[in-house]
Design a binder for this molecule. Structure first.
Ligand code: NAD
Length: 358
């Protein structure tokens, strides 16, 4: 255990449970908001209207155009809507794409946010915002984008299709896996990260087998919340760097990228972060953390390859260049040769392997 560390508790008021939406109007009022716009993706517009109905006289309308990877052009359009409706706060209902749009508006206005997460992506507890412009995704960290209130309603996650729930759940596991070896990790983060990984590892097969499994859905969202907290409290490393580069450059599906890259990032770091990788292995009950996660992807049906997700093979070099040009801190130094081999394997969908530096 680290004996000298920093701890960064982030403020957020959280309501967690089944059928919690009745609390939304009172919670928005507690934030002092008089006119809230509701944010959704186009597919979730009906849910947005339901929230606008619950808000009643303090609703300033629904903006249903959130998009994955937070394109700046969408944010600018949403800002016009926000200003035209004289809004002073946002309610985002949806996954990371919708929450990202709320954060982007908060960055520009410092308005209060209430967030209702409906996937396991975990943006809600973090001060991070990734924005995409001209094919490049850049990430900033600012307390301004941290949502003030988060309402988790497990019932909303029952409609998550099993395959997407599985990929999104591994996205959450990835937050905890990297938190265990983050430069600024600490014993409290380690506790939550290990518990988050193990809850999701137990719950996701149940959710995939039976989308109506209440216990599985509860545990999956609870595990995702833990992973979301730890992600917000520590810095990110190789795995997140690769995923940000892939998402921004090739507009690939966020959750799938995370699920498929994670076993390889763990293999890459396995000799430089031995204790962290051992904790991951214990949390999934498999002595080989990287291979165990790869097989878990197969078991829950999210195994794929970057090739099948639509990335051209020439993209491997583009991604390696991005990683080498603007690296994140990582327990093992970024090595061009080993990273190229790693990405070739993810592109082909092959099992993870440790490559020495070259
Ligand atoms: P998403 O928000 O794009 O959602 C994917 C699809 O699922 C959408 O069509 C959405 O409408 C639908 N959906 C959402 N919840 C549903 C439900 N309960 N039932 C049925 N359909 C549902 O996907 P995501 O993976 O949650 O988020 C990805 C985005 O989040 C990326 O842009 C990523 O960069 C960002 N993200 C940011 C952070 C951070 O800390 N800043 C963390 C994680 C993800």
């Amino acid at each position: 255990m680290k004996r000298t560390f920093e701890y960064n508790g982030l403020p957020a008021h959280v309501i967690f449970g089944y059928n919690t939406l009745d609390s939304v109007r009172a919670e928005v009022e507690k934030l002092g908001v008089k006119r809230a716009i509701v944010l959704t993706t186009p597919e979730f517009e009906d849910k947005g209207k339901q929230i606008a109905d619950l808000l009643g006289s303090i609703s300033a309308g629904v903006y249903p155009c959130a998009k994955m990877h937070t394109p700046v052009a969408v944010t600018e359009d949403a800002m016009e809507f926000f200003q035209a409706r004289k809004a002073d706060g946002t309610v985002a209902i949806g996954g990371g794409s919708t929450i990202g749009l709320g954060k982007a508006i908060a960055l520009r206005t410092d308005c209060p946010q209430l967030v209702i997460p409906t996937t396991y992506a975990g943006s809600e507890m973090s001060p991070y915002l990734g924005q995409t412009e001209h094919g490049v995704k850049t990430t900033i960290s600012s307390r301004k984008v941290l949502p003030e209130t988060v309402v988790y309603d497990v019932a909303l996650t029952h409609t998550l299709p099993p395959r997407f729930a599985a990929a999104s759940g591994v996205n959450a596991i990835a937050h905890s896996a990297e938190a265990l070896y983050a430069k600024n990790t600490n014993p409290v983060v380690n506790l939550m990260a290990a518990e988050g990984i193990s809850m999701l590892h137990e719950a996701l097969p149940k959710v995939v087998a039976n989308p109506e499994d209440r216990e599985g859905r509860f545990d999956a969202l609870y595990g995702a919340w833990l992973c979301s907290i730890v992600q917000g409290q520590v810095s990110m490393a190789l795995h997140h760097k690769i995923c940000h580069a892939l998402g921004g450059s090739f507009n690939l599906p966020h959750a799938d990228i995370h699920a498929n890259v994670l076993p390889h990032a763990i293999a890459y770091n396995s000799k430089a972060a031995v204790a962290a990788v051992e904790t991951i292995a214990n949390s999934i009950g498999n002595q080989n953390a990287a291979l165990g996660l790869y097989n878990f992807n197969l078991e829950i049906g999210v195994y794929t390859s970057l090739k099948d997700l639509g990335m051209p093979e020439s993209g491997i070099e583009v991604i390696v260049d991005q990683i080498m040009n603007t690296p994140y801190w990582n327990p093992r130094k970024m090595n061009r040769g080993a990273l190229t081999k790693l990405l070739q394997r993810v592109w082909l969908g092959e099992p993870p392997k440790y490559d020495p530096d070259q």
